[in-house]
Design a protein around this ligand. Structure first.
Ligand SMILES: Nc1ncnc2c1ncn2[C@@H]1O[C@H](COP(=O)(O)OP(=O)(O)OP(=O)(O)O)[C@@H](O)[C@H]1O
Length: 232
C-alpha cells in the first residue's frame, strides 16, 4: 500500500517547551491507526502539523509524497477536537458548505447516515447536544471520499451505546486503500478496529506496531499495554 504520511525528524516547540521530539513516522494506506497518549503528550499538536494548521516546526513532513499544501488539504478529511460550526448554521447549511468545498463529498451518504443517527436536516447546529454535534461532524468528515482521514477524539462526547454505531460508521465509510489516523483516550472501546497503534509520550513516539502482533507478543489488550506503559 502507498506511503501516505512520512514524517522525518519532526520537532515542535511552543516557546521554550518542546512538545514534539524527533518524531519519525511512516504510515501507509489501507490501515486504521490509533494515536494513543496521555493528556498533553502531543497528539493534537502532531495532528495539527499534518493538517497544515501549525507551520512552524523543524523537520520534514510529506503527505502522499508531497509537502503540506493544496494537495494535502484536498486529500485529508479532518475531524478536529473542537466543533467548528458557526452559530447561525443549520445542518443543511453545513451540508451545502461541504458540497461547495469538497468535490469528493457524497451528499447522499451523509443524508443516509443522518437518518440512521436521527439527526434532522434543518435543525440549528447550536441546538444539538454535544454528542449529536460530534456525530454530525463525524458524518460530514466520513462522507468525503478522502485518501486520509484524521480524526481527533471522534468518540469524545458520544455515549457508550452509540459508540458501536460510530465505529461502524468509520469502518464502513473509508475506501480500502485509505488511511485512518485516529486519536482517542477510549482505547478499550475502539482498539478492535486498529491495525496499528502509536504510543506517544512527552512528544516522543515510544512505540509503533501492528496491533495484533503487539497483543500476541505481550499477551494483553492494547488497553492494558497502554496502562502498563503509562502506569495509569
Ligand atoms: N497553543 C499552545 N501554546 C502553548 N502550548 C501549547 C499549545 N497547544 C498545546 N500546548 C502544549 O503542548 C503540549 C501538547 O499538547 P497537545 O494538545 O498536543 O496534547 P494532547 O496529547 O492532544 O492532549 P489531550 O489528550 O489532553 O488532548 C501540552 O503540554 C500543551 O500544554
Amino acid at each position: 500500500m502507498s506511503e501516505l504520511i512520512k514524517i522525518q525528524d519532526l520537532n515542535k516547540k511552543y516557546g521554550k517547551k518542546q512538545v514534539l521530539k524527533d518524531v519519525n513516522l511512516t504510515l501507509h494506506g489501507g490501515q486504521i491507526v490509533g494515536l494513543l497518549g496521555p493528556n498533553g503528550s502531543g497528539k493534537t499538536t502532531l495532528i495539527k502539523v499534518l493538517n497544515g494548521l501549525l507551520k512552524e516546526y523543524d523537520g520534514d513532513v510529506q503527505i502522499d509524497q508531497q509537502a503540506i499544501g493544496i494537495h494535502s488539504k484536498k486529500i485529508i478529511s479532518y475531524l478536529p477536537d473542537e466543533p467548528y460550526f458557526e452559530n447561525w448554521m443549520t445542518t443543511s447549511d453545513a451540508l451545502n458548505l461541504f458540497v461547495d468545498m469538497y468535490d469528493d463529498f457524497d451528499l447522499n451518504k451523509a443524508l443516509s447516515l443522518m437518518e440512521r443517527m436521527d439527526i434532522e436536516k434543518k435543525v440549528k447546529i447550536k441546538e444539538l447536544s454535544k454528542g449529536m454535534k460530534e456525530k454530525f461532524q463525524l458524518i460530514l468528515v466520513m462522507s468525503r471520499k478522502a485518501k486520509i482521514y484524521i480524526l481527533d477524539e471522534p468518540l469524545g462526547g458520544i455515549d457508550p451505546a452509540a459508540r458501536e454505531l460510530i465505529l461502524d460508521t468509520i469502518l464502513n465509510n473509508y475506501a480500502e486503500d485509505a488511511l485512518v489516523l485516529l486519536s482517542t483516550h477510549l482505547i478499550a472501546d475502539i482498539e478492535k478496529i486498529f491495525d496499528e497503534v502509536i504510543f506517544i509520550k512527552n512528544g516522543e513516539i515510544i512505540l509503533h506496531e501492528n496491533s495484533e502482533d503487539l497483543r500476541m507478543k505481550r499477551q494483553a489488550s492494547i488497553n492494558d499495554i497502554f496502562k502498563e506503559e503509562f502506569k495509569c
